[in-house]
Ligand binder design. Sequence first.
Ligand code: GLU
Length: 585
Amino acid sequence: MCGIIGYIGGGNAAENVLEGLRRLEYRGYDSAGLAVIGGNGKISVVKRQGRVEKLAPLITEMRGCVGIGHTRWATHGRPCDANAHPHSAGAVTVVHNGIIENYAELKAAFIEKGETFFSETDSEVLAKLVNKNFSGDILTALAAAVKVVKGSYALMAICENTQAIAVAKSKSSVILGFGDGENFCASDEPALAGKCKNICSLEDGDIALITRDKIEIFDSKLKPVKRKLRPNVAVSASLDLCGCPHYMLKELKEVPASVKNTISAFYDVEGELKKALDGVNRIIIVGCGTAYHAGLLGKRYFESFARVPVEVETAGEFRYKDPVMTEKTAVFAISQSGETADTVEAARLALSMGAKVVAVTNAPYSQLTRLASVVVPVAAGPEICVAATKSYTGQITALYLAALAFAGKKTAELEKMPGLCQKVIEDIDINTLAQMCARSNGVYFLGKDLDYAVALEGSLKLKEVSYIPSEGYPAGELKHGTLALIDGNTVSVALMFDKALAGKCENAVEQVLSRGGRAAVITNDTEVYNNFSKRCEVLLLPECDKYLSPLISAVVVQAIAYETAVILGRDPDKPRNLAKSVTVE
Ligand code: GLU
């Protein structure tokens, strides 16, 4: 979380950094700031609580060829001007993404020596540490500083009178951009889209020195190392809203392409995946948030198609549960960004225990792909909205295909799904249901089996973008507790895409209606439609294979969340307190 960017070259550093921050804002938007080394060698800093755009009027007078910037998702210290990055100490100024776990003891030691701190952040100790080790050389100062640090960092440091940016990385990601007479460093690829020809990723422990004409990379002992260059394929067109008012809507409309492209991409890795999974007798799926919800569906696919036992865990829990794994265990690690700290660490743990790691990710050059035994690509394309939409449907598609491949089975059903998703996006009118949600005190999503997994995602999405309290639960559980919450101010949304289970879920809707609760049904079963259409809001979707129905029901629940947020005047692309790419624990 948080985005950092550095620029050095012939252009205006403040403008270049600001542009990078605009592109990285999806990673955090509590506050933003930037620092530029001016023509006199002195560093000027501007920072503000709030959105990146607040910096625009503050940089008009800033001149200089070296700059670093930060858009924050606060971990330590509330969002305010003082806690915004950059942080300075003496001649040194830094921006930091990550968490310094031993900051309290480092800070106490500085305070004992009479140092003053100007923020409540963990990051300010980094500025103090680099400054303490600084005697004219920013690279050695940075290398010495990070030696005493525990935690995660993508760290950029500049110092007065030096035309260079020093960068250090541990756990949080950093990419370097090789331009023509200008160079860049950033948290993530979208910041550099269209800006330079080649990029490379730093590895943990790396330190880099970036000047206008050169990028040098070293290990933690400052021995030179080489990192593989790759073409900078990120395109700035991906940042285009294409006429949509929000990225969330644009990305929802891209669900059909996400499913289609993920299918095509899968065939390139199918052989490699089958080989990697040869002899595997147990699967563990890990992910966080929406990726975890995709994992719940993945479990059903592997267990039904291949009869292999599967466990699904949230990555942050799995890591600390002393899990049992052998070389016959495959761990599927799902992360849109491939940088989710808990998921990356869970994958590392699995590898250290001899398990095979399969990355399911939308980011082909992420940390997760670099450590995985094999990568099953999610070809959703860049997802800018903080709330995941098309990456979720891409993950479901990837898991479905992986399970089929593992089982040695084939089906043509999936090929129909991009078209069906498109039809649902065009034909299904969710406005009435969104109005009901917007006027409610709580929305409960219920379903059985696969529908329950989508219910969890529908609920999470609604919470994320509309801030309405919501819960997803198995339809049969209603009478064991949640029924107590049902009244005329709540909406219960039942998903019914499995004919064999519909009757059971119908009972739950009856129970809601008979207690005066408001209800809605989303189904592709005409019998269910006929049963409820006169008594509550019912959305009738096209028929399809039950295992693939989550692809169309997901689109609908995500669209409801979007529409509800818009009705309530929320910004669905940047929900409060959230950020994309959760790179801290
Ligand atoms: N821990 C730092 C802070 O709270 C950086 C947060 C981040 O990486 O988003 O300022």
